[in-house]
Design a protein around this ligand. Structure first.
Ligand code: UD1
Ligand code: UDP
Length: 368
């Protein structure tokens, strides 16, 4: 089966990598890899770690790119590749603009679409923005729907998707995690090797969502700054997304603080190993909400709603919103109430058993 695997951003690359690896070791697949280059450095970091060499690279990235620019650049570029390769399936993962453009480009060429991580819904079209719209639009255009959880499958059934086309596979992010986290991992970054994970309380922070840019991010940074100032045993590691707005907004709160460490985006290997060592995580990321429960780390989700309620129900994730006070209180609770902390710090795996890539490949060849 000839599969055109399309991705463009960091999280898509991480979650597609196990599928690419699975296809490459089997004889029943001919994978062709096309990256849009919606992200540049953050995508290349992942390609290098998983040693994936794209057959095509549209290289559309430009600083300050608009949604329209990404959509049209990817759509036009992918058209040529699809016409040349004539794949049996175009495979996409997630909810980014690359994903939407990929599905649309395939639809226009009458190529069947396989959607990995299908069926996630926040039920608010504007949050996450534009991802909630992307994932709904992609569901309409897809032939195969690979859902991580039963809730995701139920969302699709409610929208009238044919049950025969839905495959419950788990999330490939759990497959990827199996290869990266090691007990005796040594960081190359001296900062991360030097942190006292046993005696200090290290908080890992990430934030990049479009709807959080502006006042919500200021609230988050202000709460974290108060937490650090009031708790001398706390250290914060903040690998900053490449979006310059995240830097501009955080600098006034975090610059030159000896216990707040702002870094470049970390490679996937050190990032996941760092996550496995910290005390807890504060994030608005989708993928990190899935990884933290698997690693037994409490995660405070700085968003108003989540399309990943499974972690919240399992007790390891808490949706705290983007008000300063609510994040401050939630952090204080985890830092000062051992029982509250222990209740959240348990390893659960609502997002898969680590065999999603194989299940996806089997489903694809099982029914062309
Ligand atoms: C995109 C996805 C989002 C996903 C996120 C993962 C869309 C609409 N959004 O958001 O769903 O959660 O990726 O990280 O598809 N930049 C760089 N170098 C890079 C990457 C980004 O400099 O390697 C900067 C650029 O200034 C760019 C900005 O970040 O303009 C935003 O990048 P963009 O891909 O438009 O959106 P993200 O916020 O990264
Ligand atoms: N990640 C990484 N380095 C970082 C921050 C995150 O490798 O500095 C990984 C993380 O482990 C997860 C993925 O990137 O697998 C999440 O990507 P991101 O938060 O950018 O996007 P989202 O999941 O919100 O779409």
């Amino acid at each position: 089966m000839k599969v055109l695997v399309v991705f463009g951003t960091r999280p898509e690359a991480i979650k597609m990598a196990p599928i690419v690896k699975e296809m490459q070791k089997r004889t029943d697949f001919e994978p062709v890899i096309a990256v849009t280059g919606q992200h540049r450095e953050m995508l290349d970091q992942v390609l290098e770690i998983f040693q994936i060499q794209p057959d095509y690279d549209l290289n559309i990235f430009k600083a300050g790119q608009s949604l329209t620019y990404i959509t049209t650049g990817a759509l036009e570029g992918l058209e040529g590749i699809i016409k040349k390769e004539r794949p049996d399936c175009l495979l996409i993962q997630g909810d980014t603009t690359t994903v939407f453009s990929g599905a649309l480009a395939a639809f226009y060429q009458e190529v069947k679409v396989g959607h990995v991580e299908a069926g996630l819904r926040s039920h608010n079209l504007y949050s996450p923005y534009p991802e909630e719209a992307n994932r709904r639009l992609v569901s309409v255009l897809s032939h195969w729907h690979f859902t991580p959880t039963e809730k995701n499958r139920d969302n699709l059934l409610r929208e009238g998707v044919d049950p025969k086309r839905i495959y419950l596979t788990g999330n490939t992010v759990i497959d990827a995690l199996k290869y990266t986290v090691q007990k005796d991992y040594q960081f190359e970054e001296s900062l991360l090797n030097g942190l006292d994970y046993e005696n200090k309380k290290v908080i890992l922070l990430t934030t990049h969502r479009r709807e959080n840019i502006g006042q919500p991010m200021k609230n988050i940074f202000s709460a974290i700054r108060r937490i650090v100032d009031e708790n001398p045993q706390v250290e914060v590691v903040f690998p900053r997304h490449k979006n310059p707005k995240v830097r501009e907004l955080s600098d006034p709160y975090f610059q030159n603080h000896d216990r707040i460490h702002c870094t470049e985006p970390l490679d996937y290997l050190p990032f996941t190993n760092l996550m496995s060592r910290v005390h807890f995580v504060v994030t608005d990321s989708g993928g990190i909400q899935e990884e933290a429960p698997a690693l037994g780390k409490p995660v405070l989700v700085v968003r108003r709603e989540t399309e990943r309620p499974e972690g919240v129900e399992a007790g390891t994730a808490r949706l705290v919103g983007t008000e300063e006070e609510s994040l401050y209180q939630a952090c204080q609770e985890l830092l000062t109430q051992p029982q509250a902390y222990e209740a959240m710090a348990k390893a659960v795996n609502p997002y898969g058993d680590g065999h999603a890539a194989k299940k996806i490949c089997d489903a694809l060849v099982g029914e062309k």
